[in-house]
Write a protein that binds this ligand. Structure first.
Ligand SMILES: Nc1nc2c(ncn2[C@@H]2O[C@H](COP(=O)(O)OP(=O)(O)OP(=O)(O)O)[C@@H](O)[C@H]2O)c(=O)[nH]1
Length: 205
C-alpha cells in the first residue's frame, strides 16, 4: 500500500483546514482550532489502488516573519498551497511559499523533477469582494508548474475532491518516476562496477 504525505500551507485564515476537512468529510465546518499542528490520516482508493493519505495542517504562522517550510518540505510528497481570492496579501504569501518550496527542494533533490503542488484559490463564494482574479491565480500556477483551481470550501465538495485526487495521482506518478530513476541509476552504476572489474580482468588475461 502506498503512503502519500501532503502538507497544507498558506496564510492564516485562508481556509486550509476548511478545504481539507471538506475533502476528508464532505462537510464544511465553520471554525477550527488553529493553535496546534494537526496530522490527518485517511485510507483512500484511487484508480483501484489503496493508499494511506497523511495530511499535515500546521498551526497558523506568519509567513512574512518566519520560514514556514522547515519541517514539511522534507516530509511531504506534495503540497497544497491555499490563498483567499478576497485577500491579495494571502496571494502574495502563496507566491512566497511556492518560491520557498522550489528553493528548498532544489537544495535537497538536485536535478529531481518538480515536486507536485497544487495552488488553491479558496472562498470563491466571496467573489463580490474578489481581490485576486482567476487569471492571476492561473498564471502564478503556470509559472510554478502546479495544478490550479479556485474552490469554495463553504459551498462545494466536488471541486475540492477532484483537486486532491489530481494531486494524489500526480504524487504517485512522481514517486514511481523517482523510484524508477533510482533503480535505473543503481543498475547503471552496478553495470559500471561489473564492467570495470571484469573489463580490467579480461584485459590482463
Ligand atoms: N466564505 C467562506 N469562508 C470560508 C471558506 N473557507 C473557510 N472559510 C472561513 O475562513 C475562516 C478561516 O478558515 P480556516 O479553515 O480556519 O483557515 P486556516 O487557513 O486553516 O486558518 P489557520 O489555521 O488560522 O491558519 C473560518 O472562519 C472559515 O469558516 C470559504 O470557502 N468561504
Amino acid at each position: 500500500m502506498n503512503d502519500v504525505k501532503l502538507a497544507l500551507l498558506g496564510s492564516e485564515g485562508a481556509g486550509k483546514s476548511a478545504v481539507l476537512v471538506r475533502f476528508l468529510t464532505k462537510r464544511f465546518i465553520g471554525e477550527y482550532a488553529s493553535n496546534a499542528n494537526s496530522l490527518y490520516q485517511k485510507r483512500l482508493s484511487i484508480d483501484g489502488r489503496q493508499l494511506n493519505l497523511e495530511v499535515f495542517d500546521p498551526c497558523s504562522q506568519n509567513v512574512e516573519t518566519r520560514c514556514i517550510l522547515e519541517e514539511p518540505v522534507d516530509w511531504a510528497d506534495g503540497f497544497v498551497v491555499v490563498y483567499t481570492i478576497s485577500d491579495h496579501m494571502s496571494f502574495l504569501n502563496a507566491k512566497n511559499i511556492l518560491q520557498q518550496i522550489r528553493e528548498s527542494r532544489r537544495e535537497t533533490c538536485k536535478g529531481d523533477m518538480d515536486v507536485p503542488v497544487c495552488l488553491v484559490g479558496n472562498k470563491q463564494d466571496l467573489c463580490h469582494s474578489r481581490q485576486v482574479s482567476e487569471e492571476e491565480g492561473r498564471s502564478l500556477a503556470l509559472e510554478y508548474r502546479c495544478i490550479f483551481q479556485e474552490v469554495s470550501a463553504a459551498e462545494n465538495y466536488l471541486d475540492i475532491a477532484n483537486l486532491f485526487t489530481r494531486l494524489i495521482r500526480h504524487v504517485m506518478e512522481h514517486m514511481k518516476h523517482r523510484s524508477e530513476r533510482r533503480r535505473y541509476s543503481g543498475s547503471k552504476s552496478m553495470a559500471k562496477l561489473i564492467n570495470n572489474m571484469f573489463g580490467k580482468r579480461r584485459k590482463s588475461v
